[in-house]
Design a protein around this ligand. Structure first.
Ligand code: S3P
Length: 172
């Protein structure tokens, strides 16, 4: 069993591989992992799409911020964040206080291949194409970059290999 000194937050655009990388990293480091979308959906008893539909995006964003507050008092773990987590400056500040932020990036074409069959991403419903993904990524890029302590490009490597790269980085 490994002990982390602080949380590891995996951030980045939808479909970049945060959840699968977090699971691989959890296996490699033998440290617990959690997924903010799963936590919120589980607590609300609804899918992310239902939460957006019934309560709106701001309600969901509030739940994300609340989770970060709760994590501050918990043992360090690996946290796979929903793609919008780094959009609120206060969330970036909270993550920086309690952990290291690792940004996963990929080309819009790669992202599209990962999300094209998904119906679980309300922000992409009705815009499931490379052009829209590229536009939204471009708008978000400055905040992702501002948040990131370290960045990993995920286009050509598997989640297991990404986790291995993160382990090497942590062992520095
Ligand atoms: C979102 C990303 C989703 C989920 C929600 C909003 C976003 O998570 O939190 O649909 O704003 O980028 P994934 O990045 O796990 O798809």
């Amino acid at each position: 069993m490994h002990t982390l000194e602080k949380h590891i937050f995996l951030i980045g655009f939808m479909g970049v591989g945060k959840s699968s990388t977090a699971r691989a990293l959890s296996e490699q480091l033998r440290v617990a992992e959690m997924d903010t979308d799963e936590m919120i959906a589980g607590r609300e008893g609804m899918t992310i799409s239902q939460i957006f539909q019934e309560h709106g995006e701001e309600y969901f964003r509030g739940k994300e911020t609340q989770l970060l507050d709760e994590l501050a008092g918990k043992d360090p773990c690996i946290v796979s964040c929903g793609g919008g987590m780094a959009m609120r400056p206060e969330n970036i500040a909270k993550m920086k206080e309690t952990g290291e932020i690792i940004l996963l990036t990929a080309q819009p074409e790669t992202i599209f291949e990962h999300v094209r069959c998904s119906t679980a991403r309300p922000l992409l419903q009705g815009h499931m194409n490379v052009e829209y993904i590229a536009k939204l990524m471009g708008e978000r890029e400055p905040r992702y970059q501002k948040a990131a302590d370290w960045t990993l490009v995920s286009d050509d490597i598997t989640p297991w290999e990404m986790a291995e790269a993160i382990v090497r980085h942590l062992e520095g």
